[in-house]
Design a protein around this ligand. Structure first.
Ligand SMILES: N[C@@H](CCC(=O)N[C@@H](CS)C(=O)NCC(=O)O)C(=O)O
Length: 338
């Protein structure tokens, strides 16, 4: 989609109904396709201070952009608005902000930025979204493109020592791995949780755990998913793995094992978690609040589990023995508290 959205099958629902009406969950990946680029060919040139990245800490798709923005040191160049973890049928609100209004955009709901650009916007109001602060209009909600553009279009604003998360020589391999991870893992957990039939659920469960076995094999001999440094592929896998035991194992019935019972993936995930830019962007309570309160068809009581104890994420990992250079020739971002 470029600039005029049409109504197609999508994942946005109202009134807490998320389970697919058909057999399988069908995610909408038809995004607002205008992009912020160096040459401004979509009408939105790269410009420090102009755009606001709107996220929810709970959301794994938005979490990618939070991590990448921080790894690249774009915090002073692209500001960030944070929606609260829960939302109603009109979607995300700035309820964490004073007065319930985003201090830069001056709006209470992310929907306002979508409707400013497309008054009849017919689809889900999703995070992450980039908003043009000069007009208050949404520019894009294109999940996979947002982070790749941060890596490739914003290079002149990257911090000194920023890693190359999408190295040219490895792009084909990163795309290939990311595609498998998207279908079977990132979206695979949703296909387990929102399946409309036993058959759909079991098919999604089998694909998910086969892919996790495949990833375990791949990662048993190499520290990172592609090449010997952290790339976009690792960011995309991490945001699902970090939610696995807290949410997907129980709430989405992705329960052959917990992540913490899959030795290679658990070690790999802790390696990333303990790297600045990853674990320090994880908000456990917001993650749990989102899934357990918003999906009322899966969890009608909206009771949020107290566990699991997340202290095990700080247990040292043994991945350094595999070699690899997390940031390549670059450096880690400054550590920050959550
Ligand atoms: N639909 C996109 C966007 C990401 C997305 O679905 N975000 C969710 C939160 S995790 C969202 O904003 N949902 C609100 C809605 O659909 O109303 C995707 O599949 O990648």
């Amino acid at each position: 989609m470029t600039s005029s959205p049409t109504d197609t099958a999508d994942d946005h629902t109202t009134g807490g109904r998320y389970v697919a009406s058909g057999e399988e969950f069908d995610r909408d990946t038809d995004y607002i396709g205008t992009r912020v680029t160096r040459d401004g060919r979509f009408g939105y040139p790269v410009e420090a201070g102009r755009y606001r990245l709107v996220v929810a800490n709970a959301c794994p798709w938005a979490h990618r952009s939070i991590i990448v923005r921080r790894l690249l040191g774009l915090e002073d160049v692209i500001s960030m608005g944070v929606c609260g973890p829960t939302h109603d049928e009109r979607s995300w609100t700035f309820d964490l902000d004073e007065g319930g209004v985003d201090p830069v955009l001056g709006i209470p709901r992310l929907q306002d930025a979508y409707l400013k650009r497309f008054p009849d916007y017919p689809k889900g109001i999703t995070v992450p979204a980039l908003v043009d602060t000069t007009t208050g209009e949404v520019v894009t909600n294109d999940v996979p493109t947002i982070t790749l553009d941060l890596s490739t279009e914003w290079t002149e604003h990257h911090r000194a020592g920023a890693p190359d998360l999408y190295p040219e020589a490895l792009r084909a391999e990163i795309d290939e791995v990311a595609d498998l991870v998207f279908h079977d893992v990132n979206n695979g957990v949703y296909k387990c949780g929102f399946a409309g039939s036993q058959r759909g659920y079991e098919r999604a469960y089998d694909s998910l755990f086969s892919r996790l076995d495949w990833l375990s094999d791949r990662l048993s001999g190499q520290r990172f998913l592609v090449g010997d440094t952290i790339t976009e592929a690792d960011v995309r896998l991490f945001t699902t793995l970090v939610r696995f035991d807290a949410v997907y194992h129980g709430h989405f019935k992705a329960n052959r094992q917990k992540l913490s019972e899959m030795p290679v993936l658990w070690d790999y995930a802790r390696d990333l978690f303990q790297t600045p830019g990853f674990g320090d962007t994880v908000e456990w309570q917001q993650i749990k609040d989102h899934y357990y309160k918003v999906h009322t068809d899966l969890n009608p009581t909206q009771i949020v589990p107290k566990g699991p104890d997340t202290g095990n994420w700080y247990v040292p990992h043994s991945r350094a023995a595999l070699g690899g250079r997390p940031f390549g020739d670059g450096t880690a971002p400054e550590p920050q508290g959550v």
